[in-house]
Design a protein around this ligand. Structure first.
Ligand code: F6P
Length: 360
């Protein structure tokens, strides 16, 4: 009987999950291993177990397809995140349940594709004796030790396209147009899209802003004959001394759901500048659809590298793009550590050199 491995996706979805699944399954097949997908996150390993074979037929058309064919969950029994980079310990019955599921399915290893929460579960499973390898994903790009996570480039491409589009309506109506993007407590999406999309103001969690500074920038542009202003605001951005703006208290995961800062900024700017302002909340559009070329390549490397780790018996590790090559690091070295934008980093300094205002 051939050896068999399982693949599971956890946390919020993101472009490129299917491309990683495909790469893991193809690289496994190349080694003569059977590969199956666990449905609905780790819960698919519990009774009644839910899996699909990841054979050549299933893999057809997966590379450009958004979402995950395995389904995923960032709520429920296996939700490990309880807040700002904190996680909870799973009860022993659940860890035992996963072990029993793997035994029943004849799996000798598990590849877990997920963000900080899923990786924290992967670490707990590893400590419980389960041979597991992680593949980091998040559009937020906020995992410590990683130059880039897959999904980030696709999210930035979507936000940049939105900024390009907003320019034309802002210019036609002489308005302040605000684009609110995701990213949780890190401003990577706003920063990269803001620079790539020619924003005039970028507001990120790492650099608290003041309305006076933004108004000055708008007025300065008016004097130069630019009657419109483009602002990109990260959902986790906040005024100096202010709180995060939340759209809902998400009691199911004990973590606040960020959102709404764009509308708050818009109302304040209308008041202080007298100019009309509109908000566009990009929301989940950033997380869906096809991965970019860069993400497809990264996902393929990540999937193939995960299989190399499994083959080497290098468990408890995750694939890591630390640059210039993709390698591996211990999952325990990374979980719970947020990688945020450095206010003195390269791209912030570049943005400032180009005249972009951070509202500070
Ligand atoms: O972590 C990815 C992310 O898209 C964040 O940028 C965002 O705050 C959050 O997930 C939204 O999660 P949900 O889809 O569960 O509302």
């Amino acid at each position: 009987m051939s050896k068999r491995i399982g693949v599971v996706t956890g946390g919020g979805d993101c472009p490129g999950l299917n491309a990683v699944i495909r790469a893991v399954a193809k690289a496994s097949a190349k080694r003569g291993w059977d590969c199956i997908g666990i449905l609905g996150g780790y819960e698919g390993l519990l009774e009644p177990r839910q899996t699909i074979p990841l054979d050549y037929q299933t893999l057809s058309g997966l590379l450009p397809r958004g979402g995950t064919i395995l389904g995923t969950a960032n709520r429920g029994k296996f939700s490990a995140k309880v807040g700002h980079a904190e996680s909870r310990l799973l009860p022993k019955e659940l860890l035992d349940g996963v072990k029993a599921g793997m035994e029943a399915l004849g799996l000798f290893a598990l590849v877990s594709i997920g963000g900080d929460g899923s990786l924290s579960i992967a670490q707990q499973l590893f400590e419980h004796g389960i041979p597991i390898v992680g593949v980091p994903k998040t559009i937020d790009n906020d995992l410590e030790g990683m130059l880039f996570t897959f999904g980030f480039d696709s999210a930035v491409a979507c936000a940049t396209d939105a900024l390009d589009r907003l320019h034309t309506t802002a210019e036609s109506h002489d308005r302040v147009m605000i684009l609110e993007v995701m990213g949780r407590y890190a401003g990577w999406i706003a920063l990269y899209a803001g620079v790539a999309g020619g924003a005039d103001v970028i507001l990120i969690p790492e650099i608290p802003f003041s309305y006076e500074s933004i108004c000055e920038k708008i007025q300065e542009r008016e004097k130069l004959g630019k009657k419109f202003t483009i602002i990109v605001v990260a959902e986790g951005a906040r005024e100096k001394g202010g709180e995060f703006v939340t759209s809902a208290a998400d009691t199911t995961i004990g973590e606040a759901r960020l959102g709404g800062i764009g509308a708050v900024v818009s109302a304040r700017l209308e008041k202080c500048t007298g100019k009309e302002s509109r908000v566009c909340v990009l929301g989940h559009l950033q997380r869906c659809g096809s991965p970019t070329t860069f993400d497809r390549a990264l996902c393929s490397i990540f999937g193939a590298t995960a299989v190399e780790l499994v083959a080497a018996g290098d468990f408890g590790k995750m694939v890591a793009f630390t640059g210039p090559q993709v390698g591996a690091i211990k999952i325990s070295d990374v979980i719970g550590k947020l990688k945020v934008v450095r206010p003195d980093g390269n791209l912030v300094r570049t943005a400032r050199a180009l005249g972009i205002c951070f509202g500070d």
